[in-house]
Design a protein around this ligand. Structure first.
Ligand code: NAI
Length: 258
């Protein structure tokens, strides 16, 4: 029987591929995005986050089998912190009671290989404290210092750490909700289109994210892994970050992780 799954960022790239694959499998998808979606909502604002939660609850009837959280932005601005961390966390927390009512609830979020890159400690700490005002002030300070490029890795590291912290707690694992992340390497989507158009950026990207196994990925590759994470089959994985990155994380961090 089909499941009802909310997908944020469903209008483009990885989220669009997830929505297509889930529909192909017979699931009902509730897409959330700024445009071309079932629920139109801006996850960068408190009002938009509330609208996203209300819209999904209305369409799902208050019981939700899964969420795949793909919405994200990559700019060196405060928007990145608002959407990638606070938007995603608010949406998941708002939908958690509806997930807890389902038989086999699953959540998958999209992290990033960028978590291996230098980040801004003050932004990271404020995110993990759940203090958006402090996080945005720290992000402004980082931009003033010319360290705006640290905001994206900071937002994704904060997301990964938040996910690992709560996934095994009473509200998620304790309620039977499997919460995990996929961390992609470089994926060919609208987000990376401009980078691919610039030879110098391609060189920087290849050095930062070496992908010895099959190179850059198409969004469908990441979607397949996300869809497995929200399937009933995934009964025992909690708080894991699965790198679907052509071997980038293992190359960068080396074998000694235990
Ligand atoms: P994309 O740009 O193709 O899709 C992102 C989607 O998020 C868009 O449909 C956009 O409208 C939506 N979105 C952006 N801001 C929003 C907001 N305020 N409210 C609601 N929706 C919003 O990008 P892509 O590549 O599919 O990215 C999906 C996720 O994958 C992001 O979280 C990104 O950080 C992550 N990622 C992407 C990589 C890549 O190489 N493309 C690598 C690693 C992670």
């Amino acid at each position: 029987m089909g499941r009802t799954i909310a997908v944020s960022g469903s209008a483009s790239g990885i989220g669009r591929a997830v929505a297509a694959l889930l529909r192909e499998r017979g699931d009902e998808v509730i897409g959330v995005d700024l445009r071309d979606a079932d629920v139109l909502a801006d996850l960068s604002t408190p009002e938009g986050r509330a609208r996203a939660v209300e819209g999904v609850l209305e369409r799902s009837g208050g019981t939700l089998d899964g969420v795949v959280a793909c919405a994200g932005v990559a700019g060196a601005t405060t928007l990145t912190v608002k959407v990638n961390f606070f938007g995603l966390v608010a949406m998941l927390e708002g939908l958690r009671p509806a997930l807890a009512r389902a038989g086999k609830p699953r959540v998958a979020v999209v992290g990033s290989i960028s978590g291996t890159q230098p980040l801004d400690e003050a932004v990271l700490r404020a995110c993990l404290d759940g203090d958006e005002e402090a996080a945005l002030a720290a992000a402004d300070a980082a931009m003033e210092k010319g360290a705006g490029l640290r905001l994206y890795p900071s937002s994704k590291s904060a997301l990964a750490q938040w996910m690992r912290r709560v996934a095994v707690g009473p509200q998620w694992a304790g309620e039977g909700i499997a919460l995990n992340a996929i961390a992609p390497g470089v994926v060919r989507t609208a987000m990376t289109e401009a980078l691919f158009a610039d030879e110098a950026m391609v060189k920087v990207m290849d050095e930062a994210v070496p992908m010895p196994l099959n190179g850059y990925a198409d969004p469908e590759v990441i979607a397949a892994a996300l869809c497995w994470l929200v399937s009933p089959e995934n009964s025992h994985m909690a708080g894991q970050i699965i790198y679907v990155d052509g071997g980038a994380e293992a190359t960068l961090r080396g074998p000694e992780v235990f």
